[in-house]
Ligand binder design. Structure first.
Ligand SMILES: Nc1nc2c(ncn2[C@@H]2O[C@H](COP(=O)(O)OP(=O)(O)O)[C@@H](O)[C@H]2O)c(=O)[nH]1
Ligand SMILES: [Mg+2]
Length: 310
């Protein structure tokens, strides 16, 4: 998520104030009229500048009620949704306070200098909120850019061939994104068949071991994945050339089943050039490409009717 930088409150004040410097007037007003008009224009420009600057902040940050569940979980784990709402709400509050001050000024409730001064006080009150949002922005910028597509998630021990399968199923190099607060990355490839697209996601280090050793934040990242996955592709390596015994791999499979109870899990035995597993849903090899087309076809057929794939 790309959000413009958030500055400190004085920046917004100074920017608004600078718009009041050179006020030109057309026509031939009298001295008295002139002074009055200039003050009115200054107040209006100042107000409009502040209002649009604060509005820009509000619109550039995503509405946490409208983003996908996956992003909600990420916001929650990185910065807390409640805090996020509270600080964005404070910006909204300051915007309406300054609007009120402006209307009160127009009704001659205060002088121009008073209006500027009181607006500055309001802005000062949101300085902590602006700081928070600037930090939040840096977190949000690091969120993986997930597309709103049907998604298959890869799981299985390290070295069983998940990244290789991602490479085989998708045409382009996977897009590598980072996860908030973890060193983990998320690799996304798009699989295409005719006009349809499916997103394949590989999360190195996350769905690769039984979860005992995983820290709290990684667990939150895993929970977020639950909202993302439509199906899970669980990859076995029955050749055990990955260094993991089939029994260990089965234990991880059981954990993944517990984690995604309502999701369809396709069981893939990779490296079938070395060993086959007749019990797997698919035997594939990234070395010889055996079984890859069938797997691709099956995943598409799971989401789209045969007709739409013609
Ligand atoms: N013989 C064989 N080796 C494979 C196959 N797929 C992957 N590998 C090898 O297995 C190792 C781990 O693959 P990788 O895709 O990085 O596994 P990941 O850790 O699960 O992402 C690499 O050395 C691959 O070349 C396969 O189908 N057959
Ligand atoms: Mg990998």
């Amino acid at each position: 998520m790309n959000i413009p930088s958030v500055a400190d409150y004085m920046f917004y004040f100074d920017t608004a104030y600078s718009t009041t410097k050179k006020v030109m007037l057309g026509g031939h007003p009298t001295y008295g009229e002139r002074k009055k008009l200039i003050t009115l224009i200054k107040a209006k420009r100042f107000y409009e500048s502040i209002y649009s600057q604060l509005s820009a902040i509000i619109t550039h940050f995503p509405d946490s009620d409208k983003v996908s569940k996956f992003y909600q979980e990420l916001i929650e784990s990185a910065i807390s949704i409640d805090d996020y709402k509270k600080h964005l709400g404070a910006i909204n509050w300051s915007r309406s306070m300054i609007k009120k001050l402006y209307y009160s000024y127009k009704k001659k409730g205060m002088t121009l200098q008073n209006f500027f001064g009181r607006s500055k006080d309001v802005l000062k009150q949101i300085s902590r909120d602006l700081e928070f949002l600037q930090k939040a922005r840096l977190h949000l910028a690091k969120f993986p850019s997930i597309k709103n597509l049907k998604t298959a998630l890869l799981a299985g021990f390290p070295n069983v061939g998940k990244s290789s399968i991602l490479g085989q199923l998708t045409d382009s190099k996977p897009e590598v994104n980072s996860y908030p607060f973890t060193t983990k990355t998320i690799n996304i490839g798009i699989m295409k068949m005719n006009n349809q697209k499916i997103q394949i996601v590989d999360t190195p280090g996350l769905l690769e071991r039984p979860f005992e050793k995983i820290n709290k934040i990684e667990m939150k990242a895993i929970i977020a994945l639950k909202h993302l996955a439509d199906i899970v592709l669980f990859v076995f390596d029955s050749s055990e050339s990955s260094g993991y015994k089939i029994e260990e791999q089965k234990r991880l499979f059981e954990k993944i089943k517990e984690l995604f109870p309502e999701k369809i899990i396709m069981i893939i035995n990779n490296k079938c050039d070395l060993t086959r597993d007749p019990k797997a849903d698919f035997n594939v090899s990234c070395k010889t490409s055996e079984g890859i087309e069938e797997l691709k076809d099956k995943i598409f057929r799971h989401f789209y009717s045969a007709l739409s794939l013609k």
